[in-house]
Ligand binder design. Structure first.
Ligand SMILES: Cc1ncc(COP(=O)(O)O)c(C=O)c1O
Length: 355
């Protein structure tokens, strides 16, 4: 099956929204916009005008940054929006299913539920460092599996999915499922992105975001990277003018050389701090395990997660706790060196039994 045939029927040949023409040096009386600029409109592109339906320069800059052609990239409001768009393009409510691993990022389940798709979760084992077994993922798939989602590095375990695992699943699901590789944290991993495989596999979709490594979570900017046929369908489903003018301008600035150099420094510092924190946390008697992480957080198994969370909260340090299979674990985001020292100070009083 072609990628177009895998999509939901109403989306296969859906025309994108046709916006009013935007031509420089013309009097624009074609979009019901205001003719004047309001207070606070200090942007290069006036806010009384709609932004471009799709931000072309930003798309080019992101494509250059990720090493793909602009025709392979759709700019989204964070990768969260990308997950939602893909569900809506490919999953028929009440019929199709999505296969992913567990534990993983909860938004996959959220958007599958919203779209009415069944979510099948293939458990990964803490005792195997949450390794993804491609045979088990493939076993969970059937003729109604439209999407396999691999989160690499995985949130909340920090596990990187090796490229050989991704390609095995891509090849075995060719013509049957798209394979979404969510690389929200890839910049913190020692390994490469799979973006370069997009030309080779028409069922590969890579999700990238500026929220983590570029320190731009507040800007809401992500990318879907795939072959143009898939990008065109996602483009037709996405709301027009999805990216706001202030966001476009801020992100264009962040993608200039000095913004990227700043991000590189931030990534290096995060990776150094992650390894320092991993060593320090491992020393506590109440820590059973700190898993290796390829992301900007650590998953830590402890003797009493609720007690430690509460203790840290009294020291104004917030950690993340999940239920289910991770009930005895905490996810700790790597902060600045000073933030991390604050956490260690709080934890040392716990160690001494002072809480
Ligand atoms: C694995 C993963 N994917 C996607 C996202 C969403 O990122 P964005 O801010 O780009 O929507 C997150 C956010 O935490 C995440 O952990």
């Amino acid at each position: 099956m072609s990628i177009r045939e895998l999509a939901r029927r109403p989306v296969r040949n859906l025309e994108p929204y046709r916006a009013a023409a935007q031509v420089d040096d013309t009097i624009r009386l074609n979009a019901n916009e205001a003719a004047w600029r309001n207070n606070g409109d200090t942007f290069r592109r006036a806010l009384n005008r709609y932004p471009e339906v799709r931000p072309s320069r930003l798309r080019q800059l992101l494509a250059d940054h990720y090493g793909c052609d602009p025709a392979n990239l759709l700019v989204t409001r964070g990768s969260s929006e990308a997950i939602d768009l893909l569900m809506r393009v490919f999953c028929e409510s009440g019929r199709d299913n999505v296969v992913t691993t567990a534990p993983t990022f909860s938004m996959y389940e959220h958007y599958a539920v919203v779209q009415g798709a069944e979510l099948r979760q293939v458990e990964t084992a803490p005792s195997e460092d949450f390794r993804v077994d491609p045979a088990r993922v493939l076993d969970a798939c059937d003729e109604a599996t439209k999407m396999v989602i691999l989160c690499s590095p995985n949130n909340p375990t920090g596990t990187h999915v090796p490229t050989a695992v991704v390609t095995e699943i891509l090849e075995r699901r060719a013509g049957r499922s798209i394979v979404v590789v969510d690389e929200a944290y890839i910049e913190f991993a020692p390994s490469q992105s799979v973006v370069e495989l997009v030309d080779r596999y028409d069922n590969l979709v890579v999700l990238r975001t500026l929220s983590k490594a570029l320190a731009f979570a507040g800007a809401r900017c992500g990318s879907v990277i795939a072959q143009p046929e898939l990008i065109d369908m996602a483009n037709a489903v996405q709301a027009p003018y999805a990216l706001a003018t202030p966001v476009i301008e801020c992100v264009e600035n962040a993608l200039e050389a000095d913004g990227l150099a700043r991000a590189e420094g931030g990534i290096a510092e995060t990776v150094r701090e992650r390894e320092r924190m991993r060593a320090r946390l491992s020393e506590y008697t109440w820590v059973d395990k700190v898993w290796p992480s390829a992301a900007n957080f650590l998953l830590v198994k402890v003797d009493d997660a609720a007690r430690i969370m509460a203790h840290c909260a009294t020291h104004q340090v917030l950690l993340r706790h999940f239920g289910g299979a991770l009930a005895d674990c905490l996810r700790i985001t790597i902060g600045s060196a000073a933030d991390n020292d604050r956490l260690l100070d709080a934890l040392s009083t716990l160690e001494a039994g002072n809480d």
